[in-house]
Design a protein around this ligand. Structure first.
Ligand code: PEP
Ligand code: MN
Length: 277
């Protein structure tokens, strides 16, 4: 039996992220820009997602871009910005780490270490994050079977780190109308095979902002424990993934819909903060 297998913990795992539960009755919502760009963008977006009811802030400082000529992220400066916005808002931070040599450094800033789709097969990285005391958000490789995905999680668990959150983010298929094909089949299959929490990223899963609310509703309906959603204060000016980023008002509207779906399936979503004058 593997450590990730459902039989090894039939009651399921609830991962604590600096006070936010992932895998419990409440749907965890991680939202924020694809990339950390500047203080204004980061603070405006963080405040907007918090007001909408997000309970964890996302933002990439080290960006794995397909083209080496595209914006690669603000790196160390981006982590400083994240830390500042996290302190301003009180939101825990999830951010990607790509390099084994940077794991210890990113741990000083992040509440959750994200291992991206491109790095799901980076076994030394999985071992390294498995040696930390930070929760790990492990995204499914865009070409990985669910069994390969679970073995990747097993690398982290084997290192002694029990706090792994799985994330379905779409896989590559023959379909060209969307960036990826969001594999919603994966949620009930994973929930059956493993005790680890499973969240869904409909932003990378579709590549279109206008599809994100529909697929978020679907994700909650099929049993996802949370969502990872890209939101930008001004998507037209985003340095990465603007076309799949919701505006703050779109995010707030989506959260409203999510609450209704969550209630229908016996779950809850955090309430938005009361607006302050
Ligand atoms: C991200 O969430 O920032 C990201 C790069 O996604 P993925 O690894 O799924 O492509
Ligand atoms: Mn992105």
């Amino acid at each position: 039996m593997r450590l990730c297998d459902r039989e090894s913990r039939p009651e399921g795992t609830v991962v604590d992220v600096s006070g936010v539960e992932v895998g419990g009755r409440t749907i965890a919502v991680m939202a924020g820009p694809c990339a950390v760009e500047n203080p204004d963008q980061m603070l405006a977006t963080a405040r907007a997602v918090q007001a909408g009811g997000a309970n964890i802030l996302r933002g990439g400082a080290f960006k794995p871009r397909t083209s080496p000529y595209d914006f690669q992220g603000l790196k160390e400066e981006g982590l400083e910005l994240l830390k500042w916005v996290g302190t301003e808002t009180g939101l825990p931070i999830v951010t990607e780490v790509m390099d084994t040599r940077k794991v210890e450094y990113v741990c000083r800033y992040a509440d959750v270490l994200q291992v991206g789709s491109r790095h799901m097969h980076s076994y030394p990285l999985l071992e390294e994050v498995g040696r930390t005391d930070k929760p790990v958000l492990l995204k499914r490789g865009w070409c990985a079977t669910l069994d390969e995905f679970l073995f990747a999680a097993e690398y982290v668990l084997k290192g002694g780190n029990e706090r792994v959150i799985l994330c379905e983010r779409g896989i590559r298929t023959f379909e060209q109308s969307t960036r990826n094909t969001l594999d919603l089949n994966a949620i009930p299959v994973l929930k059956r095979l493993t005790h680890l929490p499973v969240i869904v990223d409909p932003s990378h899963g579709t590549g279109h902002w206008w599809m994100v609310p529909a697929l978020s509703r679907a994700a909650v309906a099929v049993g996802a424990d949370g969502l990872l959603v890209e939101v930008h204060s001004a998507p037209d000016q985003a340095l990465s993934d603007g076309v799949q980023s919701l505006r703050p008002e779109g995010f707030a509207a989506m959260m409203h819909e999510i609450r209704a779906v969550a209630q229908a399936v016996g779950r809850t979503v955090a309430q938005p903060l009361p607006t302050r004058d």
